[in-house]
Design a protein around this ligand. Structure first.
Ligand code: 5GP
Length: 352
C-alpha cells in the first residue's frame, strides 16, 4: 500500500460530493442537528453504514447534498477533496461535480461553481495548476513545493431536463478558462432516458468540450449501444455489457474509467475475481483506475491500485505503467501531458 501511495497517480473519475471526508459529513450533520433541521443520530447511522446497493447510494447522495449544498460548504469540501488527493500523490485530478441550483438559498449553477473555484483557490497544502494558461495558486514563497493539476468536469444528473443540461454545458463553456474541460453524464442509471441529454451533449462536443458518460451500470443494452455509437472520449464503469456491446467497446477502443471498490460495494459486480478489469487489461484496452466516490466507499486511489495488485496479480512495473498510461486519456492539453510524463519519468528513477 505504501508503495502505491508514493507512486504518482492520475485520477479521472471522482465525484466531488462522493469524495467528502466522513469526519466532515459528521461535523456538518451535527451542526444541522443542533439547528433542528435534521435528526443527527439517524443521519450518523446512514453516513457510517458500510455496504450499500447502488439504489441506496443515490439515497445517500440526496442526504449528502442536504449537508453540503450551501456556498461556504461547497468551498470547504472542494478544498479538502483536492488536498486529500494531493496528499496521496495524485498529480493530476479531474474532479467532476453537478452544478446545483437552489433558489431558496440564492444558489445558481454559476454561483455553485464559483464556490467550487473559491475552494480550489483556497487550497494551501499544495500548489494547484488549474487553467489552460497555467494560472496557478502559489503560496510557496519561492520554495519548491508539491503541485497538483486540477481540471473540472461538469456533471449532468439524469434527473435533469434538457434545458437544465444545456445550462450546465453553457456554464462549462463560460468556465473553460478556469479549468473546466468537459461534461459528464451521471446520476441514478435507472432514472430518465439518456436521449434527453443528447442535444446538450452534442452541443458540448461541437463546442470543443470533452465528454465522458456513465455507461453500463445497469444492463440496458440498447442504451449502452447508443452511448458507444455517440463515441464519447471516455466512459465510466462498463459493468453490465452484453457480448455484442463488449465487442463494440473493444473495437472502438474507448478508454474505460474503472472503479473497483465502487462496483463491488454497490454489488454492480458480484465479486472482484470476475471484474472486467482483468479481461480489459489482458486485451490491452485503454483503462484507468479511479475512486468514483472515495468518501462514500471509504477508499483512495492508492487503495484502488493496491486492490488491483492483489486481485489481479499486478507487479510494481505493471501498476506504474497503468498509472502512467492514464496520461493519454486526460482531457487537458498536450503541455500538461508532457509535464506529467516528465513527473513519471523522474518517479521511475526514484521508485524501486
Ligand atoms: P456531485 O455531482 O454532487 O458533486 O457528486 C455526487 C453525484 O455524482 C451524485 O448525486 C450522482 O449524481 C453522481 N454519482 C456519484 N457516484 C455515482 C455512481 O457511481 N454512478 C452514477 N451514475 N452517478 C454517480
Amino acid at each position: 500500500m505504501e508503495w502505491c501511495v508514493s507512486m504518482p497517480k492520475v485520477e479521472l473519475h471522482a465525484h466531488l460530493n462522493g469524495s467528502v471526508r466522513d469526519s466532515t459529513l459528521i461535523e456538518l450533520a451535527r451542526d444541522l442537528g443542533e439547528k433542528g433541521i435534521i435528526v443527527f443520530s439517524d443521519v450518523e447511522n446512514v453516513i457510517r453504514k458500510d455496504d450499500r446497493t447502488l439504489h441506496e447510494v443515490f439515497k445517500l447522495f440526496d442526504l449528502i447534498h442536504i449537508l453540503t449544498t450551501d456556498h461556504s460548504t461547497v468551498t470547504r469540501i472542494t478544498k479538502e477533496v483536492i488536498e486529500d488527493f494531493a496528499s496521496e500523490n495524485v498529480v493530476y485530478l479531474e474532479l467532476r461535480t453537478t452544478p446545483k441550483r437552489n433558489d431558496s438559498i440564492g444558489m445558481s449553477k454559476r454561483s455553485y461553481m464559483e464556490a467550487v473555484m473559491e475552494g480550489l483557490r483556497s487550497v494551501s497544502s499544495v500548489d494547484v495548476d488549474y487553467t489552460p494558461s497555467g494560472l496557478k495558486t502559489d503560496t510557496s514563497n519561492g520554495t519548491t513545493r508539491k503541485k497538483i493539476y486540477v481540471r473540472f468536469l461538469l456533471s449532468i444528473d439524469r434527473r435533469e431536463s434538457t434545458e437544465a443540461a444545456m445550462e450546465t454545458v453553457k456554464l462549462a463553456l463560460e468556465m473553460k478558462d478556469l479549468g473546466v474541460v468537459g461534461i459528464d453524464l451521471s446520476g441514478n442509471p435507472i432514472v430518465g432516458n439518456w436521449t434527453t441529454f443528447l442535444p446538450a451533449l452534442k452541443f458540448a462536443r461541437e463546442q470543443g468540450l470533452y465528454i465522458t458518460l456513465h455507461c453500463g451500470e445497469v444492463p440496458n443494452q440498447e442504451e449502452i449501444k447508443a452511448m458507444l455509437d455517440f463515441s464519447p472520449q471516455r466512459i465510466g464503469h462498463a459493468c453490465c455489457f452484453g457480448e455484442e456491446n463488449w465487442r463494440k467497446l473493444k473495437s472502438l477502443k474507448i478508454p474505460v474509467e474503472i472503479c473497483l471498490t465502487s462496483n463491488i460495494r454497490t454489488e454492480t459486480i458480484s465479486s472482484i475475481d470476475i471484474h472486467h478489469f482483468a479481461d480489459l487489461h489482458k486485451a490491452k484496452h485503454p483503462l484507468v483506475l479511479c475512486t468514483d466516490d472515495s468518501g462514500v466507499f471509504s477508499t483512495s486511489l492508492s487503495r484502488e491500485y493496491t486492490l488491483a495488485s492483489s486481485a489481479f496479480g499486478l507487479g510494481k512495473t505493471e501498476m506504474f505503467q497503468l498509472a502512467e498510461n492514464a496520461i493519454d486519456f486526460i482531457f487537458a492539453d498536450e503541455g500538461v501531458k508532457e509535464d506529467l510524463r516528465a513527473i513519471f519519468e523522474v518517479a521511475t528513477e526514484r521508485l524501486d
